[in-house]
Ligand binder design. Sequence first.
Ligand SMILES: Cc1cc2nc3c(=O)[nH]c(=O)nc-3n(C[C@H](O)[C@H](O)[C@H](O)COP(=O)(O)OP(=O)(O)OC[C@H]3O[C@@H](n4cnc5c(N)ncnc54)[C@H](O)[C@@H]3O)c2cc1C
Length: 470
Amino acid sequence: MDYDVAIIGGGVIGCAVLNKLTRHGVKAILIEKANDVGMGSSKANSGIVHAGFDCKPHTLKAKFNVRGNQLFHTLCPQLSVPLIKCGAIVVGNDKEAVKELYERGIANGVDGLSVLDRAGLLQLVPDLKEEVTCGLYANTSCVVSPYMFTIALAEEAVINGAKVVFNTEINSCEHTSNGYRLKANNLDIEVKYIVNASAMGYNDVAKILNTETYPLEFRRGEYYLLDNTVNITDLTIFPLPSKTSKGVLITPTADGNTLVGPTSYPCEFSTMTTTEGLNDVKQKSTAILDVPFNKNIRNFSGVRVISGNDFIVEKSSMQDGIINIAGICSPGLSSAPAIAEYVVEDLLGYNQEEIKMIPRKPYTDINKLDSVQRNQLIKDNPDYGRIVCKCECVSLGEIKEALNSPLKPNSVDAIKRRVRAGMGRCQGGFCLTKVIQTISETLNIPSEEVVKENMGSNFYISSINPETKE
Ligand SMILES: Cc1cc2nc3c(=O)[nH]c(=O)nc-3n(C[C@H](O)[C@H](O)[C@H](O)COP(=O)(O)OP(=O)(O)OC[C@H]3O[C@@H](n4cnc5c(N)ncnc54)[C@H](O)[C@@H]3O)c2cc1C
């Protein structure tokens, strides 16, 4: 047996399961088809660790969201990932709807909820539009960087013995005397249990595993990301939710920007943005607060994978030892630690005490050092004094550090997600070529082979001078 458990799909759910298994001393492998973790909805969402007040009571969503929110408070410090405990308000002018939401939250076991009138809301956000007359305050709602959280879960697991393989898609699964033999383009392993956490790829993987498939639908959410000089709210502001979505929110991000969105439109699986969607975000958000959209630095979208009204997290009834995880739309990020706990302890039965984990080292952030620490660092390694990304003040040393980090990232966007080079107002206009050059030199690959994101997204077609590689 090569591994006890194979997890297919390295989004926040797969990485949370991998991390939890590793904490119980279980030998696990994560198989991801892209070249980094968190490449599906886990990298393009609102980053809210929801309190759990708007999930329908007695659903898996309600159970995992409320428990997940609690677990974030212990997990984030262990992973050295900042959790911004900013709280949230839901605002509108329908007192009955606010009361219903409050009661739903109480039924779900959410602490720290209070109903506010306009005066109470204005104390939290002074510039709310006149139409806003009532709301709900939730003090357990938090904000996290969704991709950094996902990366940290996987990094800590790898440091403690787990295996992560990228650019790998299984193409066959056979029964063995003890479990399953999984084969892929570059892999041939025997495992006892399999967890299918491949989200948008769930049904394709299920067909190979010969397990249940489910009807899946996709809904795209489009966003504006505003410059870090914008400061219109310190907490997350939601409108009253609709049947299909939590609505267009305005929130600070964990990295100090302001995020406005998302929409919720049925779509094919595509992360494009549209004029219609972005206008919708503008119109809905400005009904709550004036938003300086002239400070927009980027538009992006993420796609929710939905199956019916609830999450699917269950043992396959067609194959022993296979766990189906499907339809993890919102609040999937908030629920991830609780889903992992349920899968590992209840469904797979790994109840042994957690081992003492070797902690992951957070990436150096020269902006967070005082001048004495920074000077010492630069003295020890001058690369930390060579600024590559001027918008976010990211040094060459930090980029090299990310390239040597546990998951060995190798794309420009993987570096961006780890140390924020290219995340600022010029969106890489200034630093892109230097980042490509650093990846090329550090990994000793030609710059034509450096990709933006996945395989095939190369920046350069060929060198002008193949000998000098220029
Ligand atoms: C617009 C939007 C806003 C949201 N906001 C929030 C929020 O604020 N708070 C919250 O709690 N939740 C939010 N969510 C929900 C949250 O983002 C998701 O629930 C969560 O990211 C799902 O994680 P996942 O691991 O299931 O899927 P994904 O992150 O999509 O990961 C699936 C992974 O599987 C891989 N994969 C696919 N096929 C294969 C294959 N054949 N082999 C190997 N790997 C494969 C993919 O490459 C991908 O990396 C939001 C979602 C969206 C889209």
